[in-house]
Design a protein around this ligand. Structure first.
Ligand code: NAD
Length: 531
């Protein structure tokens, strides 16, 4: 029996590779991209380690080249959904009793594989499935995913080491049990790393999981599943069931053994799941833990004292990287009137240099949006702006759903600070700007606080420290992640634990101890040594 006490060993963030022409990583990635495009995957459901093919299939389509289908996946039906829950419950016994160092070793090995031999496969599948550029894939499906695996090991170790005081003749101790029952993990399309973390964070703490990946990104999610299996994750610990979201969700949420939901996606879906759990509350064996990171309407403030070049860079990268489909993407900006003219010129100049197109071309900055439904919804917002008297498009506005679902980076200016696109999440490359009178800065802060139902990210560009302090104070509940003189995107695991309040989620900070605490149920034992 292993009885060593593991000591703390701070993880270091995975280094972002450059993918310069001629580099080793570029060559490996190109081989993998070609391999995926020249083959056709048949992706099964995986329950208790067994591959299941129902024949009821969905397609894996490239968003930037809709005629190209790289595979099909089998959808789970009622029978498979029930089987997945049973597989979780069966696998639980052995998984709980596995030594913690062995569970940790599986995750550390997964991180090593992802950093080395699996890196190209993870990135290539993410580029093609999610329409991400080299750079966007590397920071997601390589670095963030690796950081999640390594950081979760560290965080769990910290939790396990936290023990109560003992008094004379008494020995108190805490054991961190996994939750009784099973966890339901539901992932969004936009980040492979988030898709990996949703099932694997509860699992490292000893839970077993039913994982429903997003339908658009089953391909890259399946690569993650295979990676975990290769790293030694035992059968049944994570059960992979793509399929119809409503059907899966309704059946899973009606199970008495449901002990938690780990969700990332839109606010509406999470609210509906919460409602269903509420309706079923009398039938559960425990109170399910509900952890959800949801929508955002993230802002950038450019104060008159700001460094304008930095601010414009923040606006462009914050609003348009990955086609504005990061939950943290900036989609509303408040800019001081005295600097607007200069900001506008710099913005238009930079926006004009953005290349939208095939993500495999090295100079492409933006690929396609995820699918036709999303394209239609973004286009509707753009058309709304075009037909409105309160707003005017000053850049972009062009959409093309021919080869792929492409939307140009679009910048609008509004005279109404409560304009529709200042309030609602668009989840596309559309930035709406409101120009405020310099002397109305304080009223503008209150306005930002009252404008949106979300509270995910926000940033201020300013040199004046009084102004920064005022903003930090008044905007305290507008963002779970607040940035000073930086864009509101690009949180790094371990450095800026991520998540928001209000209707942006339960703010349980993925990749941190706060998140892992939701997946354990402590038992405290008091032993009287004198009796
Ligand atoms: P979505 O809500 O449409 O889908 C997310 C997942 O929920 C998918 O797997 C989907 O199939 C599933 N789903 C849909 N209906 C369901 C139902 N009735 N029951 C259970 N599951 C259901 O979101 P999306 O389009 O994949 O992702 C974009 C959204 O995710 C945006 O709102 C974005 O802000 C949010 N997001 C938030 C964060 C964060 O950390 N706050 C991170 C990434 C994405």
């Amino acid at each position: 029996m292993y009885n060593g006490i593991l000591t703390k060993n701070q993880f270091i963030n995975e280094k972002v590779l450059s993918y310069e022409q001629g580099s080793k990583e570029r060559a490996e990635l190109e081989i993998e991209l070609a391999k995926i495009k020249n083959s056709f995957a048949d992706i099964p459901i995986i329950i208790g380690g067994k591959e299941i093919r129902t024949g009821n299939k969905g397609k894996c389509i490239l968003p930037h080249n809709k005629n190209k289908i790289i595979g099909e996946y089998h959808k789970a039906g009622k029978k498979e959904i029930i089987m997945a829950v049973e597989a979780c419950l069966k696998a639980k016994e052995k998984w709980i009793s596995m030594l913690w160092k062995s569970r940790a070793a599986i995750y550390l090995r997964a991180a090593e594989l992802a950093a080395g031999p699996w890196r190209a496969k993870l990135n290539a599948s993410t580029m093609l499935t999610q329409s991400k550029t080299y750079k966007q894939a590397e920071i997601d499906s390589a670095c963030e995913l690796i950081d999640f695996f390594r950081s979760n090991v560290e965080c769990l170790k910290d939790i396990y080491m936290e023990q109560p005081m003992s008094s004379e003749g008494i020995w108190n101790r805490t054991e961190y049990r996994p939750l009784e029952g099973f966890i339901f993990a539901v992932s969004p399309f936009n980040f492979t790393s988030i898709a990996a973390n949703l099932p694997s964070a509860p699992a490292i703490a000893g839970n077993t999981v039913v994982w429903k990946p997003a339908s658009n990104t089953v391909y890259s999610s399946y690569v993650v599943y295979q990676l975990l299996k290769e790293a030694g994750l035992p059968d049944g610990v994570i059960n992979f069931i793509p399929g119809n979201a409503d059907e899966i969700s309704n059946l899973i949420l009606s199970r008495a053994e449901l002990s938690g939901i780990h969700f990332t996606g839109s606010t509406k879906v999470f609210q509906d799941m919460w409602k269903t759990v509420g309706n079923n509350i009398n039938s559960y064996k425990t109170f399910p833990r509900l952890v959800g990171e949801t929508g955002g309407k993230n802002y950038i403030i450019v104060h008159e004292s700001a460094n304008l070049n930095s601010a414009v860079r923040g606006l462009i990268e914050g609003a348009f990287e990955y086609q504005g489909q990061k939950c943290s993407a900036a989609s509303r900006a408040y800019i001081a009137k005295s600097v607007w003219q200069e900001v506008k010129e710099l913005l238009l100049e930079k926006a004009a240099r953005i290349k939208v197109g095939d993500i495999e071309e090295a100079d492409t900055f933006m690929g396609a949006v995820i699918d036709q439904k999303s394209y239609n919804s973004i286009k509707e917002y753009i058309d709304y702006i075009k037909n409105s008297e309160d707003a005017k498009i000053i850049f972009g506005g062009y959409c093309d759903d021919g080869t792929g679902d492409f939307v140009e980076p679009t910048i609008a200016v509004t005279t109404n600070p409560k304009f529709k696109t200042m309030e609602e999440e668009i989840f596309g490359p559309v930035l709406t700007v409101y120009i405020y009178e310099d002397e109305n800065f304080m009223q503008m802060l209150s306005l930002i606080n009252d404008t949106s139902v979300y509270g995910l990210t926000g940033s201020i560009f300013a040199k004046d420290r009084y102004i920064i302090e005022q903003a930090e104070r008044i905007l305290v509940n507008t963002a779970g992640n607040f940035y000073i003189n930086d864009r509101p995107t690009g949180a790094v695991v371990g450095q800026q634990p991520f998540g928001g309040g209000r209707l942006s989620g339960t703010n349980d900070k993925a990749g941190s101890k706060l998140n892992l605490l939701r997946w354990v149920s402590p038992r405290v034992t008091k032993e009287n040594l004198k009796n």
